[in-house]
Structure formats: structure tokens, C-alpha cells
Design a protein around this ligand. Structure first.
Ligand code: HEM
Length: 489
């Protein structure tokens, strides 16, 4: 009995201390508008359900936040979040809150302190060191790889000509994997022709477990997760992926220590990181390479696949892209060069409009570590900040009454002059934005240029989506293709 009394007293003291430490959070929460919350549960019930249900809930919640003026609080379990749909406040959040929210911690077991998830003190030092390898001149050396892999993709798609609808995403993601492996670590994996390797199986398995953990509240505490068989499977598969990259790093480092990289021409990211003054440990190198290959693959592949879906049911815009390609390439079937890619202005607008309508990174979550002043409230340290680009990108307030329509000319320079810098943020904003955006844009243009010179695409419009970390269409990226007579006829 005495023991129970002691435990009870300790629990009460702990609770009082917990409430006291979080007083600024409760004070903020008192003043902030709220919608759709329940006693005790707060807003947690909105985030329960399968990936499709979850997206619908978030959309409904966002509509209600919009009707409240674009700012609202959310209690998810004991964590307080602020959701903002106002570009001014979003700019303040993305420029001042550089720490990732604790929901990213599930990725940390896998990606360690790679840029994507690193705590801000480590991130600052490493981002400064890694940034130069993403500069435009270096990225442009990879254009040849984009073109070669785009050609392989076009050849592989020949098996679908004249067939029924098929899911084009799996073809494109294999192509992007070949691109990121070759440019990040010099490995020619040929995933396009050999998609089933132990490494890729392990990688997919880890991703699906992390995704499941994100959306199943009971799997989130480590103590509970470690009791399930998923913990063991996750560890085994993370070990396989780490072993693969460790081995590539070890071999490259041996080569470097034996006299540097003497070969002429293009260097991959790993060689560039090894040649830097900032001496990374083997573990840090693995974490950076894994983060780059993971952050750069599905994102880019999804945007390419969504672009094909959109052009497949917007014939006029598809013909405009084809005409632009014809003007650039004439009858030549050469691979796209830097000059060619720079001339693809209409295709670039199509890509931007695709990323607006189908924002593949739908939510960005940060955490305040010091006070941050928004337009109407000051956030204390310890508040989660949720930015929802996929909601903002369809806001009628920001994009007008036709916000749901596909219109690439929104991105003509004359139509973009008055746009707020945070109205369109597919690559996020501020110093912790996407480091690979230039790489991504060039790769996407190159792949699409090759595909759309070779094939005419048809598709039906889609209206069911789900969140699995990224935004996916429920039926898949279903298209059908027919061959154009010549590359550009
Ligand atoms: C269309 C393609 C892409 C999209 C839409 C995209 C989007 C994003 C977004 C929204 C973020 C910020 C996420 C957050 O704060 O939660 C991000 C970060 C990042 N992206 Fe991308 N990305 C793309 C392509 C790439 C490519 C091709 C690479 C590498 C080759 C890459 C590497 C990274 C890395 C390393 C980060 C973390 C940056 C940091 O925290 O300093 N991304 N990306």
C-alpha cells in the first residue's frame, strides 16, 4: 500500500512539474482559435485511419482552418501544433524554425544525421559543407546521365505501346534510382532492367514500416514498437541498406587515400564529399549519401508521373510541349543538352503547375526552439509548426477561383510578379529548403523531353489520393501510350 501511495505522489509531482514547464504552451493554446477538437483527445482522432482517409481528414480540417482565417492550434496527444495557411506566417516559420519536428525521428534510425533529419546544430555545419556539391555547374555535369537513363526508360516503355492502361510510376522510379545511384555514388545499378535486388527490397521494406509508424499512433512510442516483430524486420533491413552504402564508401575512401581520384571528367557526390576539406567520417558519408538518394528518388519520380497524368488528359498542353520539343530538337534524336533544357520554358511551366496541383511533399513540420513572432501570435519554444503546401497550392484566396484547374501559364513571368514567395513552395523555403531542387528540375525536364518526343500519352483525370509520407494517387499513375512517328515529326 505504502509503495502505491509513493508512486501516486511521484506521478502527481511529475504531472505538476510537466504542466509548469509547459505553461507558455498552455497560455498560447488558450488564446488561439481551435476547431474540431474533443475533450482529452484534442485533435488526435483526425489523424487516425488509412492513408486515404487521413488525407481526406486533413483536407477537411484545412478547409475549416481556412474559414477561421488561416491559423489554428491542434493538440495531437500532448504535442501542441500551430497550422498556418497564410504565406506571411509560413515565411516566418520556414525562415526561423529550422529544427525538424519530432515526427521525423522515425527516419533518424535509418538516415542518422543526414541533412534531411539532422538536428539543427549538426545540420548547419553539414549543410554548409554539402551545399557546394549541389551548385549548378556540378549538377550540369550529370545531364548526360539524365539523358542516357531517359533513353533506357523510353526503350523499356515500348512494351506498353498499344496495350491497355498501365502504372507508369514503377518505370519512372526505376529510372530515377539509376540516376541517383550513378550521380550520388558512381554505382551503375541498372535497376531499370533488374528491379528486384536484396538492397532494393530492404529499402522498400524500411520505407513501408516507417510510413506505418507515422500514421499508427500505437506504434509510435519506441517502447511499444520494440515489442512488435516490425522492430526486428526494420533493424534487419536497415542493416542491409547500411551495409550496401558502407561498402561503397569504404571502396571509394580506399581509392581516395591511395592518391585521390585521378580520372578526368565528372565526379559523383561521394567523390566530391571525400575531396572536401571538411573531413567526414565513413558513417557521416553514408548518412549523407543515403539521405540524398532517398530524398531525391521518389519525389522526382512522382512529379514526372503526375506530369504525364496531367498532360494525358490535357491534349492541347501536351501538343504545346511537343511543339516546343520539335522546335528545339528538329528531327534529331540526340540526348538533351544543358542548352536544350534551358530552352524548355513551356515544359518548365507545366512542371511547376504539376507541383502546384499535386504537391508531392504535402506537409512540412518544424519545431520552435525559441520564440517566433507570427502576424497575430508569438510562439514560445516547443511548439510544432505544420505547413501544408498541398493545401496552400489550391487555395482560391492565393490562386483565384480557378485554383483547381491546370493552367501552366500561371507561371509566366508576367503572371508571377506579385506572387508571395511562400505561395508556391514545392521545395519548401528558406535555408532548410530542398538542396536538390536544381538537380530535380533538370532530371525531370530531361526524362519528360525524351518520353514526350517518343510517345503520345493519354490518361483519365484522378480524384482519389493518399498520404504515404508523399502524395500518391490511389489507383496509381495509370496512362496509355502510343508511339509518335519519329522523335519530333
Ligand atoms: C521534384 C523533386 C523534389 C521535391 C518536390 C523535393 C522536395 C523537398 C522538400 C519539400 C524538402 C524539405 C522537407 C522538409 O523540410 O520537411 C526537401 C529537402 C531535401 N531534399 Fe528535396 N525534393 C526534390 C528532389 C530532390 C533531389 C533530386 C534531391 C537530391 C538529389 C533532394 C534532396 C533533398 C535533401 C538532402 C533535403 C534535406 C535538405 C536539408 O534539410 O538541408 N531532393 N526536398
Amino acid at each position: 500500500m505504502f509503495v502505491f501511495v509513493i508512486i501516486f505522489m511521484v506521478a502527481i509531482v511529475y504531472y505538476i512539474h510537466f504542466r509548469h514547464m509547459r505553461k507558455p504552451l498552455y497560455e498560447l493554446a488558450e488564446q488561439m482559435p481551435t476547431i474540431g477538437d474533443l475533450p482529452v483527445l484534442g485533435h488526435t482522432h483526425w489523424f487516425i485511419g488509412g492513408p486515404e482517409r487521413l488525407l481526406q481528414n486533413i483536407q477537411q480540417l484545412a478547409e475549416r482552418v481556412d474559414s477561421l482565417g488561416g491559423l489554428c492550434k491542434l493538440w495531437i496527444g500532448p504535442s501542441l501544433y500551430v497550422v498556418s495557411l497564410d504565406p506571411e506566417d509560413v515565411q516566418k516559420i520556414l525562415e526561423n524554425c529550422l529544427e525538424k519536428d519530432s515526427t521525423y525521428k522515425f527516419l533518424r534510425t535509418w538516415l542518422g544525421n543526414g541533412l534531411f533529419v539532422a538536428p539543427v546544430d549538426k545540420w548547419k555545419v553539414h549543410r554548409r559543407a554539402v551545399l557546394p556539391i549541389f551548385n549548378n555547374r556540378i549538377i550540369e555535369d550529370y545531364i548526360e546521365v539524365f539523358g542516357q537513363q531517359g533513353e533506357v526508360l523510353a526503350q523499356r516503355l515500348a512494351e506498353q505501346v498499344g496495350q491497355k492502361e498501365f502504372d507508369v510510376y514503377k518505370y519512372i522510379t526505376s529510372c530515377m534510382l539509376d540516376i541517383v545511384f550513378e550521380t550520388a555514388m558512381g554505382e551503375k545499378m541498372d535497376v531499370q532492367n533488374n528491379p528486384d535486388t536484396p538492397y532494393l527490397r530492404a529499402r522498400n521494406c524500411v520505407m513501408s514500416i516507417i510510413n506505418m509508424r507515422l500514421f499508427k499512433a500505437w506504434l509510435q512510442p519506441d517502447a511499444l514498437f520494440n515489442l512488435t516483430h516490425y522492430a526486428k524486420i526494420q533493424k534487419e533491413n536497415i542493416d542491409i541498406t547500411h551495409k550496401f552504402t558502407d561498402e561503397v564508401v569504404r571502396k571509394k575512401k580506399e581509392l581516395f587515400d591511395a592518391g585521390g581520384f585521378t580520372k578526368e571528367g565528372r565526379k559523383d557526390f561521394l567523390e566530391l564529399l571525400l575531396s572536401k576539406d571538411a573531413k567526414f567520417t565513413n558513417k557521416e558519408l553514408r548518412e549523407h549519401i543515403d539521405s540524398i538518394t532517398i530524398a531525391g528518388n521518389d519525389t522526382t519520380a512522382l512529379v514526372v508521373a503526375y506530369t504525364l497524368l496531367l498532360l494525358g488528359n490535357h491534349e492541347e498542353e501536351q501538343e504545346k510541349v511537343f511543339k516546343e520539343l520539335k522546335d528545339i530538337f528538329g528531327d534529331s534524336d540526340r540526348l538533351p543538352t544543358r542548352e536544350d533544357l534551358n530552352k524548355m520554358e513551356y515544359l518548365e511551366r507545366v512542371l511547376k503547375e504539376t507541383m502546384r496541383l499535386y504537391t508531392v511533399v504535402p506537409i512540412i513540420a518544424r519545431k520552435t526552439v525559441k520564440e517566433v513572432k507570427l502576424s497575430t501570435f508569438t510562439l514560445p519554444a516547443g511548439v510544432g509548426c505544420a505547413v501544408a503546401p498541398f493545401v496552400m497550392h489550391r487555395s482560391k484566396k492565393l490562386w483565384g477561383p480557378d485554383a483547381d484547374c491546370f493552367n501552366p501559364d500561371r507561371f509566366l513571368p508576367e503572371n508571377s510578379v506579385d506572387r508571395h514567395p511562400c505561395a508556391f513552395i514545392p521545395f519548401s523555403h528558406g535555408t532548410r529548403n530542398c538542396i536538390g531542387r536544381h538537380f530535380g528540375m533538370l532530371a525531370m525536364k530531361s526524362i519528360l523531353a525524351t518520353m514526350l518526343r517518343t510517345y503520345k500519352v493519354t490518361s483519365r483525370s484522378i480524384n482519389r489520393f493518399k498520404i504515404e509520407i508523399l502524395l500518391f494517387p490511389v489507383p496509381g499513375h495509370m496512362i496509355s501510350i502510343e508511339r509518335r512517328n519519329t522523335k519530333c515529326n
